[in-house]
Design a binder for this molecule. Structure first.
Ligand code: TXE
Length: 480
């Protein structure tokens, strides 16, 4: 099957006629091809978006909201179909795609369908000057959205929905590793009555197609989620052109566990925060720090629980851990297990590839727990982005805080404690964009989302996203 670009409401082949292979991670086989789009394809998409902009930006909020809601409804109507497609393209368990990825894609559209009807701006009266200021929040124009492979439709729509809700037209590129559900979204948008050219979806490689989007002079803002190195590159290209950028990059998140927590809830959630989606979520708690008092107990129970996780074909309902997204990524993740051994880390569980009967060439890896003794080790400093977590003990609050912050990333942190003072102290002093206390990945879409340090710049979510996708303009009127 050949995937096509979605430009001006139509599914079209790439201008140069070049395609890339798309693999099924569960069995390592090529099952579709995607356009290897060039600058010319991006140019056509930008032209379509520019043509659609005047009308779309003047479409009433009610009308935009209705169309976004309709897209959400259609995604839910096709939930099983889309979940199967996502699972096949990405290797994630079908249960996860059905319960999390696709419902969240629908929720993204529904949320911004509602949010845009509530979005307002400020007025400032200059008292004593007979003057009134008000802020216009105007859509930017044509914006670029570039998303990664770990939560394909979930993150793709997280950017597109606020962008179009705010009245922009979009040129978007999903990851070349997981293009399928983005491709399917095009037809859904047509069915929902989204006007031609408001959303354009271009497929292809990062350094060519992605680069053409970032470097296009008429694309005024870039929302990107992906690796930190790529984010830095995008920032360098966009900065001299004074584009707005929002970068959601990698994470190396601490999961800090104190003896006074609700132990059962903590253990169950920690299994999830370590290995959900094969550990390929930027929010996963990949560095686990446990208070010394309960360290031995934790080690024993955690290993026991993790050993019960079933690694298997993503299509099977009882699979907990599916395939990693690509062969190259599997090799990268696996290489960290070798590094651990060189660095003196101790593999407490896992560490090996898994052969799944009937899918011998799939990219499977055991969930892996490694005990480390120095936070400065590569395993604790570099983003592995797979089913590999480290554990380490600490004695005091101060030590835990230092360990948690001693890393270049600053996306999220999880804290397990029932002590209110400690909760407040950590919440204020952790260098991250998000802190979860006694829970993990509980997402309220109104809240600001994003990271500090090498985890990126800017915040998305709620009105933050609508602010990013609009240009504020102050109007000052003096009256007599
Ligand atoms: O991501 P890339 P990769 C981390 C994770 C992973 C590493 C690399 O550690 O191992 O990043 O993954 C597009 N101009 N995360 O290489 O390359 C690319 O086509 C414009 C964390 O797969 O950053 C894709 O659409 N675009 C993360 C998107 O960027 C470019 C999720 C992301 O790909 C481009 C994924 C360029 N020059 C990986 N180069 C998270 N934060 O959740 C690439 N792209």
């Amino acid at each position: 099957m050949k995937i096509k670009n979605y430009i001006n409401g139509e599914l079209v082949a790439p201008e140069a006629g070049k395609y890339l292979d798309n693999y099924n991670p569960a069995n390592g086989e090529v099952y579709s091809q995607i356009p290897s789009s060039t600058k010319e394809d991006v140019e056509k998409a930008v032209e379509a978006a520019e043509k659609a902009f005047l009308k779309w930006s003047n479409t009433t909020l009610e009308e935009r909201s209705k169309i976004l809601s309709k897209i959400a409804d259609l995604i839910l109507e096709k939930l099983d179909f889309l979940a199967k497609a996502e699972s096949k393209d990405n290797g994630k368990p079908i249960s996860l795609a059905t319960e999390v990825d696709i419902p969240r894609a629908a929720a993204n559209f529904q949320f911004f369908a509602n949010a845009i009807t509530q979005f307002s701006s400020e007025a400032h009266e200059s008292v004593g000057f007979n003057a009134m200021n008000f802020t216009l929040r105007q859509p930017i124009g044509v914006v670029g959205c570039i998303s990664p492979w770990n939560l394909p439709l979930y993150l793709f729509t997280w950017k597109i929905a606020p962008a179009i809700a705010a009245g922009n037209c979009v040129v978007a590129k999903p990851s070349e590793i997981t293009p399928m559900t983005a491709f399917l979204l095009g037809e859904i948008c047509n069915e929902a009555g989204l006007p031609k050219g408001v959303l354009n979806i271009i497929h292809g490689l990062g350094p060519s197609t992605g680069q053409a989007i970032v470097a296009h002079k008429n694309i005024k803002a870039i929302s990107f989620t992906g690796g930190t190195t790529t984010g830095a590159h995008i920032a360098r290209v966009a900065a001299p052109m004074f584009k707005k950028i929002s970068l959601e990059l990698g994470g190396k998140n601490p999961n800090i566990i104190f003896a006074d927590c609700n132990y059962e809830k903590m253990i169950t959630t920690t299994v999830r925060s370590s290995f959900a989606n094969q550990g390929q979520i930027c929010l996963c708690g990949s560095r686990i720090f446990v208070e010394e008092k309960i360290y031995e107990k934790f080690k024993k129970y955690f290993v026991e629980k993790v050993s019960q996780l079933k690694v298997g074909n993503p299509t099977k309902k009882d699979t907990n851990i599916g395939a990693l997204v690509s062969k190259q990524h599997l090799e990268k993740v696996k290489s960290y297990i070798d590094i651990a051994e060189e660095e003196g880390g101790k593999v407490l569980f896992g560490g090996n590839k898994v052969e799944v009967a009937g899918s011998e060439n799939g990219y499977y890896l055991q969930p892996t727990i490694i005990e480390v003794f120095d936070n400065k080790c590569r395993l604790n400093q570099e983003e592995i982005f797979g089913p590999v977590v480290t554990i380490m003990s600490f004695k005091t609050d101060e030590e835990a805080l230092t360990l948690a912050n001693d890393v270049k990333y600053g996306l999220a942190a999880t804290l397990w404690t029932n002590n209110l003072n400690r909760t407040m102290q950590f919440s204020k002093q952790l260098h991250t964009g998000i802190v979860w206390v006694n829970t993990w990945m509980l997402r309220d879409l109104r809240t600001p989302f994003g990271g500090q340090k090498d985890s990126g710049v800017g915040r998305e979510g709620g009105f933050e996203a609508l602010r990013f996708f609009t240009e504020p303009k102050n109007i000052c009127i003096q009256y007599e």
